[in-house]
Design a protein around this ligand. Structure first.
Ligand code: GLN
Length: 199
């Protein structure tokens, strides 16, 4: 399986390292041909408005949105979660997202209270000790459609959600040594989506 990390802006290297810890040699991808060639994609943390604008100027916005809509497994952390959501509150004017997740997220929602913080999270589908989650000017999820599964929450706000082949977290597991969220993406989300694809 070829996994790409969208390398327009954001913490690309950290995701490549985390995937590497799970035994996956991921590639930084930004060109049309590179994006067409991957089986799964990770959209990093960073700045959602910048990533969307760069995707437009690199001419890859549509292909990313299309591949997500047609079932390519994708995981987005923080800015990546925003880019995967169909609706964004506190967006800048004209802010676009690739979409796919039947969810509404609020940008910088935790950031209004405190810029960054860490919390121990119970995460459905991840066993063992809680996941230590790092939040940096993070969005939270305001509402989700009935087809979206909430995997983890902070103060009743979902911070990890999944809709079939799409996984998103408000926090940054790529900034910690705990690779279980990446492993969940590779071993559960990708595997299940690809099985459906084959049938
Ligand atoms: N606040 C950023 C945005 O709106 C996300 C921050 C992050 O990815 N750490 O894109």
């Amino acid at each position: 399986m070829k996994v790409g990390v969208l390398a327009l802006q954001g913490d690309v290297r950290e995701h490549i390292r985390a995937l590497g810890d799970c035994g996956v040699v991921a590639q930084a991808v930004r060109r049309d041909s590179e994006i067409r060639a991957v089986d799964a994609l990770v959209i990093p943390g960073g700045e959602s408005t910048t990533i969307a604008k760069l995707a437009r100027s690199f001419g890859v916005f549509e292909i990313i949105a299309e591949r997500i809509a047609s079932g390519m497994p994708v995981y987005g952390s923080c800015a990546g979660m925003i880019l995967l959501s169909n609706h964004v509150l506190d967006a800048i004017e004209g802010q676009e997202t690739f979409g796919g997740l039947d969810a509404t997220v609020r940008r910088n929602a935790f950031g209004r209270q405190v810029d960054s913080f860490e919390v121990d999270l119970d995460f459905i589908g991840i066993t063992g000790v809680p996941v230590k989650a790092v939040f940096i000017r993070a969005p939270w999820v305001e509402s989700v459609g009935s087809n979206v599964q909430v995997l983890a929450s902070v103060d009743n706000h979902p911070v990890a959600i999944r809709q079939n082949h799409i996984l998103a977290t408000s926090f940054h597991p790529e900034l910690t040594a705990d690779n279980r969220v990446h492993r969940y993406f590779i071993e559960v989300v990708c595997k299940e989506s690809m099985k459906v694809g084959v049938v």
